[in-house]
Design a protein around this ligand. Structure first.
Ligand SMILES: Cc1ncc(COP(=O)(O)O)c(C=O)c1O
Length: 470
């Protein structure tokens, strides 16, 4: 049995968004209870209710105004258990979970380990249906259009390997799409004679029209599938997915979206995108437990996409029509999947749009300062429709791998290894991705270090790195 205590009761309540009081009712409750920001702190800085109370205090602000309300974000920061002896600007890899999520995983593991697994698994599946309903509500789909999988890799490779293609068929993607997805398509090129086409991404893109244009120019009568990142892993460029889907569908081309970075970072519904397939990692911007992801597919496509691990036979579902076939990967721990519920409750308590605006605000805080420096290039446009929290930044003549190692070794600032624009090797960058728990002083310190390197260069041995290292 799941241990009962006050925190669990609260979380279970919060897992059922339909039954939760609306913002006005909550505000009323907090006001009549005499609750102020001070009292929110009294509830305990790491408490989930502390975050809800702080949000309630600013509920009359627009999301853009709320993004600047340091009182709110101070409360949110305390909900994480991150290591403050370093500065983590590599949240694009995965995002740490808030305490409520980590504690939930542990609770669910204890329950699972009571055994026997056979009895537990049915209950876990039932509870996963509840999680799926909440997830589908956030994502804007029906629960039976999504499958819980382990990550974006599993979600997208299911589609990229499963979709029937003939020799000569073309799959169109970009030079900034994720290398492991590109490798899957390269494998099909070698084994089945399909053709992979990678359209070059302008760096930085001047407008969303530019980004639609690269697809428009590369489509041919043989194009069958487009793979596009909702947000690129390279520079955090946001792609106009709706427009690309509309374009593709005019030619009868299906679109698979790599949404690794978009769910939990951007406020959107899949119905607004109109894509055929969507894969994401919930352990990234939703801060769900590691090893959790989601695959979405339009109902009409389910029959033709075989699961990665072969056709499934089941008494539980119809493998022709059910997304459950993509969840059939053998025995696994259900604890991380159940705790997606707590990650959703935490995310919903903040609100998708508020979170998106805060993440964008943090990126702009450092990017707008650094881009005024004559030797520093920010490779990601700051226009709100073009980017959110992730951006690429480089210093003229400074190798990004050296820069990344220097930032970590000498300043304990974790960033992601930069890369080179293969069409112009003078353009090099590191990728910066902060998160809700990042403080403005941490970003200011990062800017100080970057400006210092821009004026003095990197010291030895970091200055010796070159393009050959990439
Ligand atoms: C754009 C993009 N797609 C896919 C992936 C793979 O994600 P995962 O390792 O969670 O499967 C990543 C990982 O960073 C990514 O950045």
């Amino acid at each position: 049995m799941r241990p009962q205590n006050e925190e669990n009761d609260r979380l279970e309540e919060n897992d059922r968004p339909v039954e939760r009081p609306n913002a006005m009712e909550r505000r009323h409750f907090l006001k009549t209870a005499g609750m102020t920001a001070g009292l929110a702190t009294f509830l305990g800085p790491a408490s989930f209710r502390g975050v809800e109370a702080a949000v309630s205090e600013i509920s009359d602000l627009t999301p853009q105004q709320a993004a600047r309300d340091e009182g709110l974000w101070s409360e949110v920061k305390q909900a994480f258990t991150v290591n403050r002896s370093l500065i983590n600007l590599d949240n694009g890899y995965t995002c740490p979970s808030p305490r409520v999520v980590t504690e939930a995983v542990v609770r669910y593991i204890w329950e699972q380990e009571q055994g026997p697994y056979g009895l537990y698994v049915q209950k876990a599946r039932d509870q996963e249906s509840t999680v799926k309903r909440s997830l589908a509500r956030l994502f804007g789909s029906s629960p039976d259009e999504i499958a819980l999988v382990r990550n974006t890799t599993e979600a997208l490779k299911t589609v990229l390997y499963g979709i029937p293609l003939n020799p000569g068929d073309e799959v169109l993607t970009t030079t900034h799409d994720y290398s492991s997805m590109v490798s899957a398509l390269r494998n099909r090129e070698k084994q089945e004679g399909i053709k992979l086409v990678q359209a070059p991404v302008p760096l930085p893109a001047q407008s969303l029209d530019d980004l639609v244009g690269i697809f428009e120019r590369a489509i041919t009568p043989k194009t069958r599938l487009i793979l596009v990142s909702h947000i690129t892993y390279t520079t955090g460029q946001v792609f106009p997915v709706r427009r690309i889907c509309d374009l593709a569908h005019r030619y009868g081309i299906e679109v698979v979206v790599d949404g690794a970075h978009a769910v939990g970072q951007l406020d959107f519904k899949v119905s607004e995108l109109g894509c055929d397939y969507y894969g994401t990692s919930l352990h990234k911007w939703l801060s769900a437990p590691k090893g959790t992801g989601m695959l979405y597919m339009k109902r009409d496509h389910v029959e033709k996409i075989e699961p990665l691990y072969g056709p499934a036979r089941s008494r539980r579902y119809n493998p022709r029509t059910s997304m459950l076939k993509y969840e059939s990967v053998g025995t696994l721990s259900h604890a991380p999947f159940l705790a997606i519920g707590e990650a959703l409750a935490f995310h919903n308590a903040i609100g998708s749009k508020r979170k998106e605006e805060r993440l964008r605000y943090l990126k702009n805080h450092w990017a707008e300062r650094l881009q005024t420096h004559p030797r520093i290039q920010v490779y990601t446009p700051t226009a709100p429709e073009m980017s959110c929290c992730i951006a690429g930044v480089g210093i003229d003549g400074v190798d990004p791998t050296g820069m990344r190692d220097y930032l970590w070794d000498e300043h304990q600032i974790q960033t992601s290894r930069g890369r080179y624009d293969r069409t112009d090797s003078s353009r090099r960058w590191v990728r910066i991705s902060s998160n809700l728990y990042t403080t403005l002083p941490e970003l200011d310190y990062f800017c100080d270090v970057m400006e210092d390197v821009a004026s003095k260069g990197l010291p030895e041995p970091y200055s010796g790195y070159g393009p050959a290292e990439d």
